[in-house]
Design a protein around this ligand. Sequence first.
Ligand code: ZN
Length: 134
Amino acid sequence: MAARPRPATNPDNAFFWEGVAAGELRIQRCSGCSKLRHPPGPMCPHCQSLDWDWCVASGRGHVYSFVVAHHPAIPPFEYPNAIVLVELDEGVRLVSNLLGVAPDEIRIGQPVRLEFTRVEADLVLPLFRPSPAH
Ligand code: ZN
């Protein structure tokens, strides 16, 4: 069985994966204009500041968009593979998977909540699950 690809960490995104290990969804925040951004990067696209810190997101959001991949089936992923773009309540979006719902039941705008999920013995990912409206 093929293993899932591992996160490619670098000085810009290490805080994100350290947060996942600590059970926190950390979002990069510009120190110049306070805007949040994801995925992490070295420079603020709004004010060009190179200074940043991070905050911990609530883990609540909604399905902004999604795609259901059927082909080609790439191990170790299961197909159909529903890939969702979650918009967090904090306003940034991240790509993830949705747990506990059939791909044909996913809806745009559907409320979701974060669930750190151990997908392999040494790999935890920030995945999402449908949640009651919040
Ligand atoms: Zn900025």
